[in-house]
Write a protein that binds this ligand. Structure first.
Ligand SMILES: CSCCC(=O)C(=O)COP(=O)(O)O
Ligand code: MG
Length: 261
């Protein structure tokens, strides 16, 4: 397995989750089906609670935004205040959420609701966060070399903390210096990476971002962030052009720090 140098001058590694630290199958075959299976029951049980009301409010705002931008969207009046028929209102929220999930939308509204729903599944031990075997030993090694480690995922910060807090390796949250989600901006928008650098307190050039998605890699590059594209089983195939352009890693074990510039 060829060694890949962590770009010189890197002080912080920014890690994607799905397809990078964690198999895509865990998200698609375990996390997402859990939502589809329990959505209606979750909404019915928690409908009157503040957290659920906030989740529904955010979904409604997303629909308004989609309509303003003329984006295709399943339009449902998900408003708890105007519905007299609670069952119908819940049905509309369910339809909207299922529609967003079918399109693999990464909206903050959807991700926030999902994070809240997974809480019970992780806490009961029904779900444990999967992490590739090379991930935690490598992070420990990099931390020993003085690198800071951050997560940036479309999954909400709460969902990220659940995955690593209730992982197959137990609670490994102490490996991370911080978490970012789409509340800082979309992963395909270069400005998100500028904001992350600001929040970390370094220049974009000091960050190296690891992701499986080349649209995210491109956005990070535009912001001046270093990028490594992660190739894991089941990840989206890269084009020849992408393979030629990006430095690729198949395991975190390959990544060696060459010392700070
Ligand atoms: C953080 S667990 C949930 C994963 C998820 O919902 C998701 O959209 C993953 O996106 P990523 O940015 O980690 O590829
Ligand atoms: Mg990913």
């Amino acid at each position: 397995m060829a060694t890949v140098p962590i770009p010189a001058g890197t002080s912080a590694l920014l890690l994607d989750i799905e397809g990078t630290t964690t198999p895509i199958t865990f998200v698609k075959d375990i996390l997402f089906p859990y939502i589809r299976e329990h959505l209606e029951d979750h909404l019915s049980t928690h409908w009157e609670e503040d957290e659920c009301k906030q989740d529904v409010h955010l979904l409604k705002k997303q629909i308004e935004e989609d309509m303003k931008q003329n984006r295709a969207c399943a339009v449902h009046a998900v408003d708890q205040t105007v519905h007299t028929d609670e069952e119908k209102a819940i049905r509309e929220v369910v339809d909207n959420v299922l529609w967003q999930m079918a399109a693999d939308r990464k909206s903050t509204a959807l991700k926030q609701l999902q994070g809240h729903m997974w809480r019970a599944a992780y806490a009961s031990g029904r779900i444990k966060g999967e992490i590739y075997q090379d991930v935690t030993p490598s992070i420990r090694r990099w931390r020993g070399q003085g690198l800071k480690i951050y997560i940036y995922s479309s999954g909400s910060v709460e969902a990220q903390k659940l995955l690593f807090g209730y992982s197959v390796e137990g609670d490994v949250l102490d490996l991370f210096d911080g978490h970012f989600d789409t509340s800082i901006g979309a992963k395909v928008d270069g400005r998100s990476y500028e904001k992350i650098a600001e929040r970390i307190g370094c220049r974009p050039e000091e960050i190296t971002f690891l992701t499986d998605v080349t649209r995210e890699a491109k956005a990070a590059e535009e912001a001046g962030v270093n990028v490594l594209v992660v190739v894991r089983p089941g990840n989206m195939e890269l084009t020849d052009e992408e393979r030629a352009h990006y430095n690729l890693v198949t395991s975190f074990n390959q990544l060696e720090s060459m010392g700070r510039a």
